[in-house]
Design a protein around this ligand. Structure first.
Ligand code: NFS
Ligand code: SF4
Length: 639
């Protein structure tokens, strides 16, 4: 299909797909056109069987559903169900991590250990757990008990959410949106959106905000913090990204999905001497593991495992002909992988008790026997190596080096130096006008826009204008593939002020902060910057913005809403599916700011979107009465 692919490896693989006549996500997207206008505008409802109903936005058709729900109600209900689904996905991931920490705490022959005791203590203290002179396993056991409550508590509030800036917590309490627990808010969303319950769109969105907060400052944060305890808090490290990370001479195992519990063990087992010997016995030089989507980000951040590609590249990875195995767990795994795998020797394996694909081999993974399952899987991959057909091999050699592994903690160390961990230098750089502000550019890729152009063009425009960028998820993978995660990119692409800061501390102008649940790291950084002082007393005071230029998943909707609820100006490309309601549009992109300090913005042109974010950043600089920027800026407000 006609798409300008800026990434050479993808370009080559798209050609392979066309030559072999194998359908990809882009072909299916094209085949789906024209997509339903009612759905795109958020104007259809299937919440009961008096429907389905659809609202006619312009003509003389119905303006309300059979029950009387209007466009405002229908769009709001639909949106907060998206939030609930996204929050559920992130938080269920978090729940698995709690279970894994439980196993590690119990010790015995568990494959998991507590790798970061310092972080264990720090997180335990958030929950008021005594840490002094206590055994690690006892602290962990208490933490597991507290973490479990975050999911099912009936009254009170999510404890870890109280680590937000005090002014923010107070606002949430006043608005009645302090989340009680993850499950409770998700369930209430489903209840409220059942036929004939909540019909007032602002009231519905209010609860959507609460549900989203239960994700960002709840489930996702628990996932990130506990994963750090288990697998280690990331520190900057080097790695590489794109299809070229796979090797023709090695057995290639691709781990795809989201949860690191399995992939971490796979990475360990696959790189063992024992498996290397087995690989040599079948004629390969060893076993190589590469990640896809957020699983990639998880094992990259802590182990430096290379990244094969992002969401839209999953089918193409199989078409390289060298993927001896692709193991998947949950989320963002396309059922469309199966027909592609059928054309190649790739062994596709599902592993989660929650996710199967018809006709695909299922080897169920449970944390209790992690190592055994990992061995079984890696051996299967090794045995599949001899089935590789040389005529099927189309492996592009393209790959890019990168630095990844930034966390709220490592930003501390980096900017402050080893002896003085602090955010002061970052705050000062903003206050003095070297760094204009900060932006989080995150999220998916979507075939409805030119692949990666949204991420890359936006990020380049931001750093050119001295905006420090943090990135996660598939956006981070796109940045990596385009060389933006290298310190040199500061000299080539960043404005002079940002360049100076990057040079002084040796960081790229774009910091990879992990997977999508790790967006909670960005929340933590924002809270730390507020706490450091000099930039207002709430996140909404900061010269900062967020963006998901190519979003597609419900998780992205949940993330966007928790950023808005945290006081952040949040930009996406294609609008949320609610454009059929003028009231909702006005509310979400304007009036809501008055209530919560953050708001949504939609702009499909990534450069223009970056300019809107910069305008917001400048507005905040002005309100804080910060010094003018030291150096001339490429984009000036008023341009
Ligand atoms: Ni995030 Fe990660 Fe990627 Fe989007 Fe999917 S892999 S959890 S949802 S597509 S960024
Ligand atoms: Fe139609 Fe109302 Fe039922 Fe939705 S809930 S399908 S708008 S009758």
């Amino acid at each position: 299909m006609e798409q300008p692919f800026s990434d050479k490896a993808t370009q080559k693989m798209i050609k392979v797909a066309a030559d072999l006549n194998i359908e990809t996500v882009w072909d299916r997207y094209e085949g789906m056109q024209p997509q339903c206008g009612f759905g795109s505008l958020g104007l259809c409802c299937r919440h009961c069987s008096m429907g389905p109903c659809r609202i006619d936005p312009h003509g003389n058709g119905p303006k309300v559903g059979v029950c009387g729900a209007d466009a405002d109600t229908i769009t709001a209900r639909h949106l907060i169900r998206m939030i609930a689904a996204g929050a559920a996905a992130h938080s269920d991931h978090g729940r698995t991590v709690v279970h894994t920490l439980d196993l590690a705490a119990q010790g015995g022959d568990s494959a998991y250990q507590i790798k970061d005791e310092k972080k264990l203590k720090a997180v335990a203290e958030i929950y008021g757990i005594e840490t002094k002179d206590r055994e690690v396993k006892d602290i962990a056991t208490d933490l597991v008990a507290e973490a479990k409550k975050e999911f099912g508590r009936q009254d009170g509030s999510i404890e870890i959410a109280k680590t937000a800036p005090p002014a923010r917590v107070k606002l949430w309490q006043e608005l009645g949106i302090m989340p009680r627990s993850i499950d409770r808010e998700v369930v209430e969303t489903l209840h409220r959106t059942h036929i004939g319950v909540d019909a007032e769109y602002r009231h519905i969105i209010r609860h959507g905000l609460r549900t989203a907060l239960a994700d960002g400052w709840g489930g996702s944060m628990v996932a990130t913090e506990l994963q750090d305890i288990l697998f280690g808090t990331p520190d900057p490290l080097q790695s590489t990204a794109n299809f070229g990370v796979m090797s023709e001479k090695e057995v290639n195992v691709i781990v795809h999905g989201h949860e690191p519990a399995l992939s971490d063990i796979i990475a360990e087992v696959a790189t063992s001497d024992e498996m290397k010997k087995k690989a040599i016995a079948v004629g390969a030089e060893g076993v190589s593991v590469a990640g896809m989507c957020c699983t990639a980000n998880e094992i990259l951040m802590r182990r430096g495992i290379p990244v094969a590609g992002s969401f839209l590249q999953q089918e193409l990875a199989i078409m390289t002909g060298v993927a001896d195995m692709m193991i998947v767990d949950v989320q963002c795994v396309m059922p469309g992988l199966k027909p592609v795998a059928d054309c190649f020797h790739t062994e596709l394996v599902t592993t989660s008790e929650k996710a199967k694909i018809p006709g695909v081999r299922h080897i169920e993974f449970h944390e209790e026997n992690a190592e055994k399952t990992a061995r079984e899987i890696v051996e299967l991959a090794i045995n599949n190596y001899s089935n590789r057909k040389s005529g099927d091999v189309h492996l592009p050699s393209d790959k890019e080096p990168m630095i990844a592994g930034f966390s709220a903690e490592s930003v501390y160390d980096f900017l402050g130096g080893t002896y003085r961990a602090t955010y002061r230098p970052l705050n000062n750089a903003i206050i003095e006008g070297r760094v204009r502000g900060a932006a989080g550019v995150i999220g998916c890729s979507n075939p409805n826009v030119p692949f990666e152009a949204g991420h890359i063009q936006m990020v380049k425009e931001l750093i050119k204008n001295d905006v420090l960028v943090v990135t996660t998820g598939c956006s981070a993978i796109s940045c990596a593939k385009h060389g933006l995660l290298q310190p040199e990119s500061a000299f080539k692409l960043a404005g002079k002020g940002l360049q100076e800061v990057c040079r002084a501390v040796g960081i790229p102008p774009v910091l990879h902060m992990g997977s999508c649940v790790d967006n909670s790291r960005i929340l933590r950084v924002l809270a730390n910057v507020v706490a450091e002082g000099g930039l207002g007393d709430d996140i909404s005071d900061l010269p900062a913005a967020g963006a998901a230029p190519e979003w597609m998943s419900e998780k992205a909707v949940a993330i966007g809403f928790y950023f808005v609820a945290s006081g952040v100006y949040t930009m996406i490309g294609k609008p949320l599916p609610m454009m059929g309601s003028k009231n909702m549009l006005k509310y979400l992109t304007d009036e809501i700011e008055e209530e919560i300090g953050g708001k949504w913005a939609f702009e499909e042109d990534p450069v223009e979107a970056a300019h809107k974010m910069i305008r917001h950043i400048d507005k905040k600089r002005e309100l804080l009465k910060l010094k003018p920027m030291i150096y001339e800026q490429a984009f000036k407000v008023g341009d």
